[in-house]
Design a protein around this ligand. Structure first.
Ligand SMILES: Nc1ncnc2c1ncn2[C@@H]1O[C@H](COP(=O)(O)OP(=O)(O)OP(=O)(O)O)[C@@H](O)[C@H]1O
Length: 276
């Protein structure tokens, strides 16, 4: 983000370092400024730190060093309740949303409204969905209108992923942090899904930060691209300034490592499944 443009800053990271519980550094010396309403893609090889960065921005993962401000505040200097309120302004959509398997889709999608409902309305909606029309509309935008009353565990992986994103539409979040939303989708659904996310973000001037493995899609659809590798920002540039050589360097040696086991594929993988 250009410092001369006077839009409110959603995130400011200065020399941020993040470790996982095991002690391994996942992000190091990250400098990043993201303005309200900006849309940017984070790309980089597997294990680069994309998911960790999104979790950190969502205030789900505490940094170890450096400065982190979300909406101008240091979330980790706030009391827990205030930090929770800050989290509620953001929607973190994980790659595999942790949806209750036996629930109907309509109930799952409407859960995005729970923070705004009182106890009795929330309880009542579990028995009789309180606004199925809104859930249907959100699902339809992701091509899932016919799944309103399906059970979550009868959905395909890609349907489940879009069901999680339909929740995002019903949230009141000012920031969408979306982790690999296209990983289980075919090319047509990928286009629909990304267009829906970008339109919704633009319509409510929400900040959209999306991690993507599809480099071509990132370059075609996002004005700003951040390249991460080994936990560091390799480039943070306008799309027009991202060259094929920069992309090649970002993914260099990926093919050599293709058969090595990913070191983060462990059962204790960061639990950032919540949508706030
Ligand atoms: N719970 C965890 N405990 C320890 N290390 C972890 C944990 N989760 C991730 N890591 C490590 O942190 C680094 C960044 O992982 P992260 O999942 O953020 O990368 P990524 O770019 O999202 O990868 P992918 O594209 O494969 O999803 C990796 O080295 C990974 O092994």
């Amino acid at each position: 983000m250009s410092e001369t443009v006077s839009v409110p800053v959603t995130y400011r990271l200065d020399q941020l370092t993040v470790r996982h519980l095991a002690g391994a550094i996942a992000l190091q010396q990250i400098d990043l400024v993201v303005g309200q309403g900006e849309q940017l893609a984070i790309i980089g090889p597997s294990g680069a730190g994309k998911t960790t960065l999104l979790a950190t921005l969502a205030c789900a993962h505490r940094p170890d060093a450096g400065r982190f401000l979300a909406f101008g505040q240091d979330p980790w200097a706030l009391p827990e309740k205030a930090r929770h309120r800050l989290r509620a302004r953001q929607f973190l959509a994980p790659q595999t949303p942790p949806l209750p398997p036996r629930q109907r889709v309509v109930t799952t999608v409407l859960a995005a409204r729970l923070p705004h409902w009182g106890f009795w309305r929330a309880l009542g909606s579990l028995i009789k969905p309180s606004d199925p029309g809104a859930a249907h509309q959100a699902l339809s935008r992701f091509g899932l209108g016919d799944k309103l009353y399906a059970r979550v565990d009868r959905l395909s992986g890609g349907e489940r992923q879009r069901c999680g994103l339909a929740r995002l539409l019903l949230s009141s979040a000012e920031v969408f942090l979306v982790d690999e939303p296209l990983s289980a989708l075919d090319p047509t659904l990928s286009q629909i899904t990304l267009a829906t996310l970008q339109q919704e973000a633009a319509a409510r001037n929400a900040t959209l930060i999306c991690s993507l493995h599809q480099v071509d899609i990132a370059r075609a659809n996002f004005a700003r691209i951040v390249g991460l590798r080994d936990g560091r920002v390799v480039f943070d540039a306008a799309r027009a300034d991202v060259s094929d050589a920069m992309i090649a360097a970002l993914y260099q040696n990926e093919a050599d490592n293709a058969h090595a086991p990913a070191k983060h594929e462990t059962p204790d993988r960061l639990a950032v499944g919540a949508c706030f």
